[in-house]
Structures are given as C-alpha cells and as structure tokens.
Design a protein around this ligand. Structure first.
Ligand SMILES: Cc1cc2nc3c(=O)[nH]c(=O)nc-3n(C[C@H](O)[C@H](O)[C@H](O)COP(=O)(O)OP(=O)(O)OC[C@H]3O[C@@H](n4cnc5c(N)ncnc54)[C@H](O)[C@@H]3O)c2cc1C
Length: 393
C-alpha cells in the first residue's frame, strides 16, 4: 500500500527526528509529518544558537513530573554519554560551558544536520506543511491530512509543548492524548522570565541590562546562578530555573551577594578605609548601578566611618534579603518549555507506549516531564525517543 507505513511520527523536532532514525535503522518504513514549514526549529533556536544538547551530569532530580520516577527507565536506557558518542561520531565540535553542560562549539545547525543526514541515510520521508485533520484507529492508525491520507501500524506523538507558538508549538499532542483516553496534567510556561508590575519596573528602570550572580528563593527552592534585569522584569538562568517551581502570586527573595557577608565586609572596609565613600566600597563587589539602587540618598553621601549599625542593617537587608513579588511570567511567548502535559500515569516508562491504546507512543516534551535549564530537556527528548524506537515492533 503506497501510503501505509510501519510507523508515523507526528512532529519533526528533536524527539520526532531522533525516534525516526532509530526506528528506520531497524528496517522499518517511517513517515514523519510536521505542520511547520521547517523542521527542528527549536533545535536551531536553542542554547542561544549553540544548542545545549545534553548534560553529562543528568540525574532524575533534574526533572519535574507528577511522577518523579517516570524518567528513570528512559534515562538509564539511553544516557547523555550515548548521545555524546553520536555527536563525536559525526565530528561535531562541542564545548562544556558549565559542569557537564555541552553546547555546539559552532552552531545548533550541526545537531539538526546530523539528525537530518541520518534520516536521509535511512530514506525516511519527512513531509512539512502537513496539517493533520483527524486520527482514527481500527486495525491501523489512519491520519487524514491536508496532503493525503496515511495509515500506519504504530503512531508516535512528538509534537512538543505549548512554548513559543511562532516556532510551531500547538496543543495537538494533548488533543490526541485526550481523544485516546489519556489525562492531561495542567500545563504552564516554565523556564521563563518573570514580569514585574509597572510600579516596580519604574523603580528598577536604571537596572535594565545589569547582570549579577545571586541566589533566589521561593517557598520551596533556592537557586544560585546569574540574574539579568530586563525592561520587562527579571531574567537570566537563576530566574528561569526558579520559574519551574514558582506559583503565581508567590514572593521571591533575592540575595544579591550570596558569597559575601555584607556586614562583615563593611566593618572590615571601615577599619581599613574610614574615609572612603560607602558607594565606592560597595562598587568593588557589585555593579555600580546595583549599588546605586540598594543605597538610599542618605547612604550615598556617607563615608564608611559614618555607617552606624542601623544603616549597616538596612544595607544588609536590601542586599541579602530583597523581597519582591513578580506580577507573572512572560508566558508561552518566551518560555523555553511547558510544565505539565500528557499524564504519565497510562504511559509505560520503559517503552513510552500508551497503556490504553496499543502501538500509540508519546515522547519528548509533550509528556508531563520538564527538565531543568541546562541541556536536560534535549536529553529527555533523545532518551524517550530512543526507548520508543526500540519498542516499536
Ligand atoms: C528558545 C529555546 C531554547 C531552548 N534551549 C534549550 C537548550 O539549549 N537545551 C535543552 O535541553 N533544551 C532547550 N530548549 C527546550 C527544547 O528545545 C525542547 O524541550 C525540545 O525541543 C523538545 O523536543 P520535542 O521534539 O519534544 O518538541 P519540539 O522540539 O517542540 O518539536 C515538536 C514538533 O512538532 C511540530 N508540531 C507541533 N504541533 C503540530 C501539529 N499540530 N501537527 C504537526 N506537527 C506539529 C512542531 O512544528 C515541531 O517541529 C529550548 C527551548 C526554546 C524554546
């Protein structure tokens, strides 16, 4: 039958392409369908154009899901080192930016090219601009599309989450899951900058563009990393990481100098340089614009010898315990990933096959699995795709 395939994969992103080539290696006829005009758009955008394709220190704790155990089997079956071996086989140059955090040295294009070259090697058909109108199942899966109708023995849903609709994101995977009886865990934008009220933004106006190594906490988690003040609010890795745990309306506490005790620092400075201005002393350890923000007009005029305990306490509070409440997040428009998704309760953690519908698989970000910032989301895409590919009969 011309339009019949062993496997149809919906979604030509990281998970879909990787699954396709790993099934095709086993002599299966594979068709990949994507509604976008280009495949792998998120791979190209990722890691600031350098794709943070994995993290060698991946642990189960780097993932959020209603069932925290769900990721274990797939991550054990296909590890970060397995993917790195593929990268090395294709002579892709990479760099380690943070501990274990691997990026392309040249461009994200290298990773996409590797996937597409492998797909071409196994003659995998990839149809772009394909809108799927209806999916039904009798003996086979039947996909009615704007191009033609296709049938397959197995169906893999790899349509990702809701983040960045301009890159092709849709809730299609959730609709298919629900159609076949699966539940959806409430979704929300994650790894996303915080927005601030207009009133706060006006106060912080001068700080836009300032970056600082900080620690930031909500009620449940503390993250130490870099913060970036923007014209819309707060961004940078520390904020993106905390956003995965933040609940709407919750206060956050920022320590602008987590490695210093400002009280001790100022006391020592006062002994050494009593006539130095407080702001000059603080400018050694913080960006000038941040110093100007944390010091009130009175402190700005003072020398170190004029600092009394109440003033030191005031500085201590504004530097080590700055409390503010984000007005929200920038939402799916800029979020790197989507928290929540297809519930894992009726998905096999070993094969990624639905427990409700035989030969139906869900892989990658469409599932209720969210990796932290640092290459974990791609590793989940590779690991889950690889497991499904091995299981497809
Ligand atoms: C700006 C940005 C930077 C990122 N950087 C990193 C990083 O450096 N490291 C990291 O680990 N993670 C990063 N991520 C997250 C990572 O890109 C995703 O977790 C990963 O791409 C998910 O892979 P996926 O294949 O499941 O989904 P996707 O890559 O989103 O692919 C889904 C595919 O399905 C297609 N699709 C959607 N709806 C339909 C439909 N109705 N019909 C047909 N096709 C459809 C889409 O067009 C897309 O091609 C980043 C994300 C963003 C947005």
């Amino acid at each position: 039958m011309k339009n019949h395939y062993d496997v149809i994969i919906v979604g030509a992103g990281a998970a879909g392409l990787f699954c396709a080539l790993n099934v095709a290696i086993r002599d299966k006829r594979v068709l990949v369908l994507d509604h976008a005009n280009k495949v792998g758009k998120k791979i190209l955008m990722s890691g600031g154009g350098r794709c943070n394709f994995t993290n060698l220190n991946t642990t189960y704790d780097d993932f959020l899901s209603k069932n925290p155990h769900f990721v274990k089997s797939a991550l054990n079956q296909y590890t970060a080192y397995d993917f790195l071996a593929l990268i090395e086989k294709h002579n892709i140059k990479y760099v380690e930016k943070g501990p274990g955090q691997l990026f392309c040295e040249n461009s994200s294009k290298d990773v996409l090219k590797m996937l597409l070259d492998e797909c071409a090697k196994y003659k995998i058909k990839i149809f772009k601009k394909c809108s799927i109108k209806k999916i039904t199942k009798n003996k086979h899966f039947i996909l009615e599309t704007n191009l033609e109708n296709y049938t397959s023995d197995s169906l893999v849903i790899a349509t990702g989450g809701l983040s960045i609709p301009t890159l092709g994101a849709t809730g299609f995977g959730y609709e298919v899951a629900q159609q076949f009886g699966h539940n959806i865990v409430k979704t929300s934008p994650s790894l996303v900058p915080f927005t601030l009220s207009n009133k706060t933004l006006i106060k912080l106006k001068e700080l836009a563009g300032v970056s600082q190594h900080i620690s930031v906490s909500n009620n449940t988690h503390t993250i130490e990393d870099d913060l970036l003040f923007t014209h819309r609010g707060l961004s940078g890795p520390a904020i993106l990481k905390l956003s995965a745990y933040w609940c709407y309306g919750e206060e956050i506490k920022i320590n602008l100098l987590p490695a210093k005790n400002i009280t001790e620092y100022l006391r020592e400075e006062r002994l050494k340089h009593p006539d130095k201005l407080v702001v000059n002393s603080l400018s050694y350890i913080m960006p000038k614009r941040l110093v100007s923000y944390v010091c009130n007009e009175n402190i700005k005029k003072l020398k170190l010898k004029q600092l009394d305990k109440p003033l030191i306490d005031l500085l201590n509070k504004s530097i080590h315990s700055w409390v503010l409440t984000p007005s929200g997040t920038e939402g799916y428009k800029t979020a790197e990933v989507t928290s929540g998704g297809v519930s894992t309760e009726n998905i096999s953690s070993k094969t990624l096959e639905s427990k409700l519908v035989e030969k139906l698989y869900f892989i990658g970000e469409v599932l209720d699995v969210t990796g932290q910032l640092g290459g974990y989301n791609f590793q989940w895409a590779w690991s889950s795709a690889w497991c499904a590919a091995q299981a497809i009969k």
